[in-house]
Design a protein around this ligand. Structure first.
Ligand code: UN1
Length: 493
C-alpha cells in the first residue's frame, strides 16, 4: 500500500493472526508532526468489542504457546530481528515521519528493536530455574519460572518501535500471550513490528494489536479480568490510575513514568564533553524521553562559562524537517504538546528563572505546518520552583547553580522522580559518592542521562516506576512466576 493524497494507507488491528478493521469500521488519522498536511495513514479506531476479540485470541493461544519450547520461540525472535534489520531504513523513515525524531534517531531506534529481539532470543535460552539442597537427601528440590498468561502492553509514542519491542518481546519470549495497544500518535511503527513477528512465524493469537483511544481501548483492556499482567510506559496520571486498577484486581504491574533527570557538572569536568552530552540528553528526540536531561546542575565556579556555551550551542541548532540530513531537532509530537510546553515555559519565566535561549514556537520556513518549539534554556532555576521540579517533556533545559557536590546531590534528589542521573567529573571519589547517594534507577558517570541497553535492568526510583524493572534479567522476573517443585521418589516396594 502506498499513501497518496486521495487514498491514504489504512491499517487494521491484528487479532488472532488476521489484519482486520475495527468492528465499528471507524478509523483515526496519523499525521506527520513536522507537517500536518502529510497524512501518514489511517488506523482502526477500535472499541470494547475489538479488545474482547483480542483477549479471547490471546487466551486461546496461551496453552499452545507456553508449551512451545524456548528454543522454538527463540528461532522466531531471531527471524523477526532479521526482518526488522533488513527493513531498518524504511521503517526508520516512517518512524521519523510519524513521530518527528531525526532520521538518524528513527533508524537507530529501529535497529534497537532488532537488537532487543536478538537479546531475548538468547536470553530465553538461559537457565530458568534453580536447584536447591533439601532437608532430605533424596528430595530433588528445584524452581522453574513459568509464564503468567495474557499480558496487556500499553506503550507511548516517543519510542514507537523500541518500547513496544522491549515489552512485547520479553512477554512472548517467556511464553506469555499479549494484547497490545500502541499510542495513537505514532501507531505505524508498531504495525511494522507486528508484521515482522507475523512473518517470522509467530502463531496466531500470541500477539494481538488493537489500536484506538485510551478510553475506548486502553481502559477496557487493563480492567479485563483475563489480563494477569500490565506493562505500561507513559504519563504519571495514567500510571497512578493503573496502580489502583492493578491493586484492586491483583494484576502484576510494571510502570515506567516520568523523570526530572539531572546532569551534574563539577568544575573539574571536561567541559566540551559535558556540554555535548548535556545537549544530547536534553534535546535529542526533542527532549521527549523519560530519560531526557532537564536539569543541568553546575558548580558555581564554571556556571557562567557553561551556561554561555550551552546557550550558543542551543541557539545554533538546526530545527526543522526531521527527514532532512542537516536537522538536529524535529518537532514535538502534536499541537497540544507544543501549546503545553510553551505555556510551561511562560510559567517558568514568570517564576523568576531567566529565559536565555528559545522559549517560543517556530513557524517560519514552513515550520508553521508542524509543531516546532525552539530548544530552550533557562538559567538561575531554583530547585524548588516549577521548572526545578516538574517534567516538561519537551526541549527545555534549566541550569541550577550549586556550591558543592553535596549540594548538587541534594538538589538532584529533591524531586519526586528518580529515573536517570548523570555526573561529569574526573574525580573518582566524587563520582563514586554520587553513584552511592543519588536516588535514581540509572546512573551515568560522564555520559548523558538517556540511553538504555537491553541486557541490563531499566527503571527508576520513587515516582518514576513501579519497583519492577524492565529488560535484562528483570524482564524474566516480571514476565514469569516461580514454581517450587519438591520431587521425592515413591517409597521402595
Ligand atoms: C532511552 O533513554 O533511550 O519512554 C530510552 C522513555 C523511556 C525509554 C528511554 N522508557 O523515554
Amino acid at each position: 500500500m502506498t499513501a497518496t493524497a486521495t487514498s491514504p494507507a489504512t491499517f487494521g488491528n491484528y487479532i488472532n493472526g488476521q489484519w482486520q478493521p475495527a468492528a465499528s469500521g471507524e478509523t483515526f488519522e496519523n499525521r506527520n508532526p513536522a507537517n500536518q498536511d502529510d497524512l501518514v495513514g489511517l488506523h482502526a479506531a477500535s472499541g470494547r468489542e475489538d479488545v474482547d476479540a483480542a483477549l479471547n485470541a490471546a487466551q486461546a493461544a496461551f496453552d499452545g504457546w507456553r508449551r512451545t519450547s524456548a528454543i522454538q520461540r527463540s528461532a522466531i525472535l531471531h527471524k523477526a530481528a532479521e526482518i526488522i534489520s533488513s527493513r531498518a531504513n524504511d521503517i526508520g523513515r516512517e518512524l521519523t515521519r510519524e513521530e518527528g525524531k531525526t532520521l538518524k534517531e528513527g533508524i537507530g531506534e529501529t535497529n534497537r528493536a532488532a537488537q532487543i529481539l536478538r537479546y531475548y532470543a538468547g536470553e530465553i535460552q538461559q537457565p530458568d530455574g534453580e536447584h536447591y539442597p533439601s532437608a532430605s537427601n533424596t528430595t530433588l528440590l528445584y524452581t522453574v519460572r513459568e509464564p503468567l498468561g495474557v499480558c496487556a502492553i500499553v506503550t507511548p509514542w516517543n519510542f514507537p518501535i523500541a518500547i513496544p519491542a522491549w515489552k512485547i518481546v520479553p512477554a512472548i519470549a517467556f511464553g506469555n500471550t499479549v494484547v497490545f495497544k500502541p499510542a495513537s500518535d505514532a501507531p505505524l511503527s508498531s504495525v511494522r513490528l507486528i508484521e515482522a513477528l507475523a512473518e517470522a512465524g509467530l502463531p496466531a493469537g500470541v500477539v494481538n494489536m488493537v489500536t484506538g483511544s485510551a478510553g475506548q481501548v486502553g481502559d477496557p483492556l487493563v480492567r479485563d479480568p483475563r489480563v494477569v499482567a500490565i506493562s505500561f510506559t507513559g504519563s504519571n496520571a495514567v500510571g497512578q490510575e493503573l496502580r489502583k486498577i492493578a491493586a484492586e484486581r491483583g494484576t502484576k504491574l510494571q510502570l515506567e513514568l516520568g523523570g526530572k533527570n539531572p546532569a551534574i557538572v563539577l568544575s573539574d569536568a571536561d567541559m566540551d564533553h559535558a556540554l555535548q552530552q548535556v545537549i544530547n540528553g536534553a534535546m535529542m528526540s526533542t527532549g521527549q524521553k523519560c530519560t531526557a536531561t532537564s536539569r543541568a546542575i553546575i558548580e558555581r565556579a564554571r556556571v557562567d562559562e557553561f551556561t554561555t556555551r550551552l546557550s550558543e550551542r542551543i541557539q545554533a541548532m538546526t530545527v526543522g524537517d526531521p527527514q532532512a540530513p542537516e536537522t538536529q531537532m524535529g518537532p514535538v509530537i502534536n499541537a497540544k504538546a507544543a501549546e503545553r510546553i510553551v505555556g510551561d515555559i511562560k510559567k517558568g519565566a514568570s517564576e523568576g528563572a531567566e529565559l536565555i535561549a528559545g522559549g517560543e514556537r517556530l513557524t517560519d520556513n514552513g515550520r508553521g505546518k508542524g509543531h516546532f518549539v525552539a530548544p530552550t534554556l533557562f538559567s538561575g532555576v531554583e530547585s524548588d520552583s516549577f521548572l526545578g521540579q516538574e517534567e516538561l517533556f519537551g526541549p527545555v533545559l534549566g541550569v541550577i547553580p550549586v556550591d558543592s557536590l553535596e549540594e548538587a546531590i541534594s538538589v538532584a534528589n529533591s524531586v519526586r522522580f528518580g529515573l536517570s542521573a548523570s555526573i561529569f567529573t574526573r574525580d573518582l571519589g566524587k563520582a563514586m559518592a554520587f553513584a552511592r547517594e543519588i536516588q535514581a534507577g540509572i546512573v551515568h558517570i560522564n555520559s548523558e542521562t538517556a540511553g538504555a541497553e537491553p541486557q541490563v535492568p531499566f527503571g527508576g526510583y520513587k515516582g518514576s516506576s513501579s519497583y519492577s524493572r524492565e529488560q535484562g534479567k528483570s524482564a524474566r522476573e516480571f514476565f514469569t512466576q516461580v514454581k517450587t517443585v519438591y520431587m521425592d521418589p515413591p517409597p521402595a516396594r
